[in-house]
Ligand binder design. Structure first.
Ligand SMILES: C[S@@+](CC[C@H](N)C(=O)[O-])C[C@H]1O[C@@H](n2cnc3c(N)ncnc32)[C@H](O)[C@@H]1O
Length: 188
């Protein structure tokens, strides 16, 4: 069973990340994406960023873990939620933006290109991607959870053709410059 498929692990994670959110990433997104645009969040976890995104955009939350989705739905019964794997993104819906905060590092390195291919298909014309990742070169596993660190260059090589870089920046989640985000636009 995957780590986040167990209720206790999900509850522990929710407690551990109390006080953390992606408001600075969302502030960047707001500069480029008009209010009211549709946003799909991949790997929404507890849904803290989804709530912030919903203040400006029309949001759909998703996660591969039904536990996270169930916990969020208990508090938000009418939320638009999909159970989606970030690689296959098995939906026919399209969105103006796909957002994730510290999610894509859980994918096997060999699957990231496939994820970007599906993301491109799931975006409307000139749609945006905003993803945050841990910065670095290593790959490690904790409690069976994979952590693949990326550099900006490595990530840009992984997206395949059809995107332009709109913005990218390192930032601090815990330690100085331990994270970065990329904002990409789908080319028509
Ligand atoms: C580190 S947590 C981040 C959660 C949330 N974005 C946040 O900032 O708190 C990673 C999330 O990605 C989800 N996840 C992991 N692998 C995934 C996959 N292959 N597809 C979709 N979601 C995935 C996990 O269930 C978890 O909710």
């Amino acid at each position: 069973m995957a780590y986040f498929d167990e209720r206790k692990n999900v509850e522990d994670y929710i407690k551990m990340v109390e006080g953390y959110d992606g408001r600075e990433l969302i502030a960047v997104l707001k500069k480029y994406l008009p209010a009211g645009s549709t946003v799909l969040e991949l790997g929404m976890g507890p849904g803290v960023d989804l709530d912030l995104l919903a203040q400006t955009f029309t949001v759909t939350g998703s996660d591969s873990s039904s536990e996270f989705l169930e916990i969020y739905r208990e508090k938000h019964p009418s939320a638009d939620l999909l159970q989606l794997d970030a690689v296959t993104i098995d939906t026919e819906r399209t969105f103006d933006c796909i957002y994730s905060n510290k999610v894509l590092h859980h994918l096997p390195k060999g699957d990231i290109r496939g994820s970007f291919t599906r993301q491109k298909e799931t975006l409307t014309d000139s749609g945006l991607l905003l993803h945050s990742l841990w910065y670095g070169h290593k790959e490690e596993e904790h409690h069976g959870l994979r952590f693949v660190y990326y550099t900006e260059d490595e990530l840009f090589k992984s997206t395949g053709p059809g995107f332009e870089i709109v913005a990218t920046e390192r930032y601090q989640e815990i330690d100085n410059s331990d994270s970065f985000y990329v904002l990409l636009r789908k080319l028509d």
